[in-house]
Design a protein around this ligand. Structure first.
Ligand code: UDX
Ligand code: UDX
Length: 474
C-alpha cells in the first residue's frame, strides 16, 4: 500500500471532535494521501464544507482550509467513502449506555458495530481498519469477527490507534503529540499507519503494542488524568474547611518532579466527553472480570467529581443566605473548558440544574456556545428515567434562563456571578464596571480560580474560590 500502483487512500467514519481535526491534520501533513471524512449527519458535513466549522478549535480552520479541496473532503456518502479507501478509521461516538445491560457504565458500541458491518458489506480486496473511538478492551476482537464475516471475500487488518488530543488544544496536540500509540497484530499494517504519522512525528514517539494493551492504555490514561483532578478537588474541600489554599498546595506538591505540575488545577469538576465515560467503562470492565475492589477504586474518581459539582452549588446557596430563589446569577462560561464550544458533561450544566431547582434566575454567557446548545443541555439534564422532561422543568428553563451577549450584560442586576469556564476574556474584564451594576453584597463564586481575589475584594466583591476559605469577606 502507498506505492504508485496502490496509493494510500484514507476514509474516516465520524466527523466529530476527534475524526474531523485528526483527519484534517493527516491531510495537511500528507498532501499525496486522499483523505475522505464521512458522517451520517448532513448538517455536520455541510458545516465542515463551509466557512463556519462545526467545532471551534484554535488553528483548526487554517489546517482545514489548506487541505480541503486538495486532498481532504467531507461527505455523507459512507459507502462510497469505504469503497474508495484502503485504510478506514472508525471515529464514531461511543456514549455510555442509558438502558439495558451495563446501563450507566458500559459503552454503547452500537455505532461501532454498525460501522464494522457496513465496512464488511461494501469492501473488496484488503483493507486496514483503524479504531479511533475509545473502546472497551477486546472490542477490536469483536470487530475482527464481524469483518471476517464479509461475504464479498474482502480481508482486513484491525489496528487500535487511540487519540490523546485534548479539546481546545487539538491542533497543537496533533502537531506535536507526546506519543502516538498503534496496537495491532499485523506488523505490516502497523508499519503502514506508522509511516503516515512519521511524516511529521519522530519515530521514537510512535509506540507499538498489541491490540488490547493499546485499547486499555487509552482508558487508563484518561482514568489517571481524571484521578489527578479528583485528587486535587478532594484536597480543595479540606482547604476550604481548614484555611489552606489549594493553589498553593498544588504548586508545592507539583514542584516534586515525581508528581509534576500538570493537571493539578482544582476546579468545579471535570467535564468533557471522555473522562467520566472512560472511567465508567473501566469500572464496568473490572466488574465484568470480578475485580470489584479495582472497580470501586476507580468509581470513586467519578463520585468525587459529582461531589465537587454539588458542593459548588451548595456553597452558592448557603452563602447567599440559604436562598437563591428569584435571585439573578450570572453564569460565566458554559463549555467544559476554555477554547472549545463543547459542553458535553460540562460542570456548568449540573450547577445550573441545581440553581434552577432552587428558583434562581440564570443569565448565561459563553463566548462560543450557542443559545440552542445551552437550552438543549439544560432540558437534557432534567430528563427523568423515562427520558421525559416535565412541564415544570420546561417552564423553568423558559422563564428562568436567559442568554447574554457578553459577561457585562450577564452580570447586570445580578446578585452573584458563578465562573464556570476559565475563558481568558474573564480575566480581562473591567470588574469595577461589573461591580457597579450588581446588587450588594456582590458575590463571586470562582469555580476556576482565575480571578484575582484580592483585587476583587478591594473593589467590594465577596469572593469564594475553590479550595480557599474566603479571607476577603466584607
Ligand atoms: C468520538 C468518541 O466519542 C470517543 O470515544 C472517541 O475517542 C473519539 O470519537 P467525538 O469525535 O468527540 O468522539 O464524537 P462526536 O463529536 O460525537 O462525533 C462522532 C460522529 O460520528 C458524529 O458526527 C456522528 O454523526 C457520527 N456517526 C455516529 C456516524 O457517522 N455514524 C454512526 O453510526 C454514528
Ligand atoms: C481528555 C484527555 O486530556 C485527552 O488526552 C483525551 O484524548 C480526551 O480526554 P479533554 O476532555 O478534551 O481531553 O480535556 P482535558 O484538558 O483533559 O480536560 C478535561 C476536564 O478536566 C475539563 O473539564 C477541565 O477543565 C478539567 N481539568 C483539567 C481540571 O479541572 N483541572 C485540571 O488540572 C485539568
Amino acid at each position: 500500500m502507498n506505492s504508485p500502483a496502490n496509493p494510500l487512500r484514507i476514509c474516516c467514519i465520524g466527523a466529530g471532535y476527534v475524526g474531523g481535526p485528526t483527519m484534517a491534520m493527516i491531510a495537511k501533513q500528507c498532501p499525496d494521501i486522499q483523505v475522505t471524512v464521512v458522517d451520517l449527519n448532513q448538517s455536520r458535513i455541510d458545516q465542515w464544507n463551509s466557512d463556519v466549522l462545526p467545532i471551534y478549535e484554535p488553528g483548526l480552520k487554517e489546517v482545514v482550509e489548506e487541505a480541503r479541496g486538495r486532498n481532504l473532503s467531507f461527505s455523507t456518502d459512507v459507502e462510497g467513502g469505504i469503497r474508495g479507501a484502503n485504510m478506514i478509521f472508525i471515529s464514531v461516538n461511543t456514549p455510555t449506555k442509558t438502558h439495558g445491560l451495563g446501563a450507566g457504565r458500559a459503552a454503547n458500541l452500537e455505532f461501532v458495530e454498525k460501522c464494522a458491518r457496513r465496512i464488511a458489506e461494501c469492501s473488496q480486496g484488503h483493507k486496514i481498519v483503524v479504531e479511533k473511538s475509545t473502546l472497551p478492551v477486546r472490542t477490536a476482537e469483536a470487530g475482527k469477527r464481524i469483518l471476517r464475516s464479509s461475504s464479498s471475500g474482502a480481508t482486513f487488518d484491525v489496528l487500535s490507534n487511540p487519540e490523546f488530543l485534548a479539546e481546545g488544544t487539538a491542533v497543537s496536540d496533533l502537531l506535536a503529540p507526546d506519543r502516538v500509540l498503534i496496537g495491532g497484530e499485523s506488523s505490516e499494517a502497523i508499519e503502514q499507519l506508522a509511516q503516515v504519522y512519521e511524516r511529521w512525528i519522530p519515530r521514537q514517539k510512535i509506540l507499538t503494542t498489541n491490540l488490547w494493551s493499546s485499547e486499555l492504555s487509552k482508558l487508563t490514561a484518561n482514568a489517571f488524568l481524571a484521578q489527578r483532578v479528583s485528587s486535587i478537588n478532594a484536597i480543595s474541600a479540606l482547604c476550604e474547611a481548614t484555611g489552606a489554599d489549594v493553589d498553593e498546595v498544588a504548586k508545592a506538591i507539583g514542584s516534586d518532579s515525581r508528581i509534576g505540575p500538570k493537571f493539578l488545577k482544582a476546579s468545579v469538576g471535570f467535564g468533557g466527553s471522555c473522562f467520566q465515560k472512560d472511567i465508567l467503562n473501566l469500572v464496568y470492565l473490572c466488574q465484568h472480570f470480578g475485580l470489584s475492589e479495582v472497580a470501586m477504586y476507580w468509581e470513586q474518581v467519578v463520585k468525587m467529581n459529582d461531589y465537587q459539582k454539588q458542593r459548588f452549588s451548595t456553597r452558592i446557596i448557603r452563602t447567599m443566605f440559604h436562598t437563591v430563589s428569584d435571585k439573578q446569577i450570572a453564569i460565566w462560561g458554559f463549555a467544559f473548558k476554555k477554547d472549545t464550544n463543547d459542553t458535553r458533561e460540562s460542570a456548568a450544566i449540573y450547577v445550573c440544574r441545581d440553581l434552577l431547582e432552587e428558583g434562581a434566575r440564570l443569565v448565561v454567557y459563553d463566548p462560543r456556545v450557542s443559545e440552542k446548545q445551552i437550552r438543549h443541555d439544560l432540558e437534557d439534564v432534567f430528563k427523568d428515567s423515562s427520558l421525559e422532561v416535565s412541564q415544570r422543568h420546561k417552564r423553568l428553563i423558559e422563564t428562568n434562563v436567559s442568554i447574554a451577549s457578553d459577561a457585562y450584560q450577564a452580570s447586570e442586576h445580578a446578585h452573584a456571578i458563578a465562573v464556570m469556564t476559565e475563558w481568558d476574556e474573564f480575566k480581562k474584564l473591567d470588574m469595577k464596571r461589573v461591580y457597579e451594576n450588581m446588587y450588594r453584597p456582590a458575590f463571586v463564586f470562582d469555580g476556576r480560580n482565575i480571578l484575582d481575589e484580592a483585587v476583587l475584594a478591594k473593589i467590594g466583591f465577596e469572593v469564594h474560590g475553590i479550595g480557599r476559605s474566603n479571607k476577603f469577606t466584607n
